[in-house]
Design a protein around this ligand. Structure first.
Ligand code: NOJ
Ligand code: MG
Ligand code: CA
Length: 617
């Protein structure tokens, strides 16, 4: 139940990082304020009743995505693949896995998307292919020019037994990152699954192949790439053993047993990123349409390593600090408001001049927001995601607050979990956040006409589904729609960011722009205690503020007005306010009727976060 207890906090409490303001890079290009929606093709929508999502299924839902307000969709891999790692093991970069459709289906999807004004971005997985890729087959037999497409090594002989050249470990917790191949009488390197051999990025021919792949898809009408696993592209030529990490709780075959100083985050990786940036910029300039193609890059690493991707041409190096810690190892600690504020401030302070900020709270590799942070915080997270400056990335299902699905050991598919055992797999599995999208309360949640689906549907689909949220007066989904609409306003696109910790439990920021009424975002991160706040610390605010958007549990009504010095915020409540126009002469407001929703009094109890901090990085 919502707590009605109100505790008074009129004194500002200092965060571990001083509250501060940031100028926001003015957007001049289409992608700089965009909303990127990640689609997991296997679980989004099945069109042919085989229980597996597909391209035609995605195409059938594009109007829904427009209705939601997203501008760009990122499709996770649908390429030819034996699907050992859900398609991140590609056996042909230039064809569509028949499970998902055909190249013609893809072209139709792009045509429909373009008609609807949606841009499509594809996942590109350069670090490794599938071992079923033709290149690997040739390389295995030393057929030129493929002989050195992969990283081969004869290993070392110890007491008459052949061993891998060093102690490097697979990310997927399966032990050695080297696998012996009889045909070649050598080991190959696989930083991920044994069926995902690493390409050799010191080989110019490999780099040329990567450019051709990018061009192939750009020619089919896409607007950019999400590039996978960048920290792993290049390994140290010395092949030196990596030291033990000393981290607790890892077995000697677990990835984090070692500290990855020779296999991750090498400086040479950035040069490859710059090659791709130059290639896609060149594509745009030859095309002559003036629409920049964009690179979103995936790297879990420390802040300086991430920011360096901007310097080498990544438009958007994903900001994963709301998901993982500074080193990309453990889950981010988001226990208190000041921990969340610290992450916002750290990102903004480190952002290079003229770079575009971005925010990510969930994806296919990490526990869902509603499970990890609590169902009652779904709206709160979305307020942060959509109203902080720059690009917002949302994972399909998070707009309706989907939760992780419990799966038995027998049901588990994720190789990262399958390489462990029945007693530990839950800590490692990414399947819980990959179950079918919950469209409605019909068979298989409207995902498929088939009652058996790729992974089981979460049993909560009867009440937790999109159709129910569209029908309700207030819902997580309707708040996402309102937030995305608000993103289109000048103040959110261009307003400076002023972040403050005004009580121990509250995240507070404003977006401010001269001649516009400021927008204020307030999130009570405490899940048990209400607070009453004064916003006097924000100099630019007028005396009266009006609620534009409020989370579904807060009991606060859209249109409610507050004196700046006294705002009561229940536990977990999150609201967006705007200064009332008449109090600032000559001001303009950007309020829209779609942001006015009546509030309900439903209170959802936060779920306990039960993923271990050891998930994939
Ligand atoms: C990162 C992807 O996000 C993840 O799902 C995949 O398992 C690894 N890269 C390996 O490709
Ligand atoms: Mg299908
Ligand atoms: Ca590599």
């Amino acid at each position: 139940m919502c707590s009605l207890r109100v505790i008074f906090f009129f004194v500002a409490v200092t965060a571990s990082i001083e509250a501060t303001s940031f100028n926001v890079t003015q957007a001049t290009l289409w992608w700089q304020t965009t909303t990127l929606y990640q689609i997991w093709p296997r679980s989004f929508k099945d069109s042919d009743g085989d229980g597996i999502g597909d391209l035609n299924g995605i195409a059938s839902k594009l109007t829904h995505l427009v209705d939601m307000g997203v501008e760009v969709i990122w499709l996770s891999p649908f390429f030819a693949s034996p699907l050992i790692d859900s398609g991140y093991d590609i056996s042909d970069y230039l064809s569509v896995n028949p499970v998902y459709g055909t190249l013609d289906d893809f072209d139709d999807l792009i045509a429909t998307a373009n008609e609807l004004g949606l841009k499509v971005v594809l996942d590109y997985v350069p670090n490794h292919t599938s071992d079923e890729h033709a290149w690997f087959n040739y390389s295995k037999y030393s057929v030129d020019p493929y002989t050195d497409y992969y990283i081969w090594n004869e290993g070392i002989e110890v007491n008459g037994t052949r061993n891998p050249p060093n102690n490097w470990l697979s990310v997927f917790n399966s032990g050695s990152a080297w696998e012996w191949v009889d045909e070649r009488q050598a080991y190959y390197l696989h930083q991920f699954h044994v069926k995902q051999p690493d390409l050799n990025f010191t080989n110019e021919l490999v780099i040329e192949e990567t450019k051709e792949i990018l061009t192939f898809w750009l020619d089919r009408g896409i607007y950019g790439f999400r590039i996978d696993s960048l920290p792993y592209l290049i390994e140290a030529a010395s092949l030196a053993d990596e030291p033990e990490s000393g981290l607790d709780g890892y077995e000697s075959t677990d990835y984090y047993y070692l500290e990855h100083i020779y296999t991750k985050d090498l400086q040479e990786n950035y040069e490859i990123v710059q090659i791709w940036r130059d290639h896609i910029d060149n594509y745009t300039s030859v095309k002559g349409d003036g629409v920049e193609r964009v690179m979103f890059t995936e790297a879990y690493a420390n802040i300086s390593s991430i920011m360096e991707y901007y310097d080498y041409g990544s438009h958007i190096p994903f900001n994963f600090f709301m998901i993982k810690d500074e080193n990309g190892v453990n889950n981010a600690v988001l226990d208190t408001a000041s921990e969340v504020v610290d992450i916002i401030v750290k990102w903004m302070e480190n952002l290079p001049d003229n770079a575009t900020a971005n925010w990510v709270f969930g994806n296919h590799d990490n526990s869902r927001i509603a499970t990890k942070l609590g169902e009652a915080r779904v709206d709160a997270v979305n307020l942060l995601l959509f109203l902080l400056p720059g690009v917002a990335t949302i994972y399909n299902g998070d707009e309706i607050g989907m939760t992780d699905t419990y799966l038995t050991w027998e049901e588990t598919e994720d190789p990262q979990a399958c390489s462990t055992d029945e007693s530990r797999y839950e800590s490692f599995s990414r399947d819980p956040e990959r179950t079918p999208y919950q469209w409605d309360n019909t068979t298989s949640a409207g995902f498929s006409t088939n009652a058996t689906t790729m992974l089981p549907v979460n049993s909560n689909y009867l009440t937790l589904n999109l159709a129910a949220q569209k029908a309700a007066d207030i819902s997580n989904y309707k708040n996402v729609q309102a937030l995305i609409q608000l993103r289109n306003s000048t103040i959110i696109q261009a307003g400076n960011l002023n972040v403050q910790v005004i009580s121990e439990s509250v995240i507070a920021f404003t977006r401010e722009l001269s001649d516009y009424q400021p927008i204020v975002v307030l999130v009570n991160w405490d899940n048990a205690t209400a607070v009453t706040l004064s916003l006097e610390v924000f100099d630019s605010l007028p005396e009266t503020l009006e609620v534009l958007i409020a989370d579904i549990n807060s009991g606060i009504a859209v249109g409610d007005q507050y004196a700046k010095t006294s705002i009561e915020l229940p536990a977990n409540a999150a609201i967006v306010l705007q200064g009332v126009e008449d109090t600032v002469s000559g001001s303009r407001t950007i309020r829209s009727s779609t942001t006015r929703y009546i509030l309900g009094l439903i209170c959802l109890l936060p779920l306990t976060y039960n993923h271990s901090p050891m998930l994939f990085t």
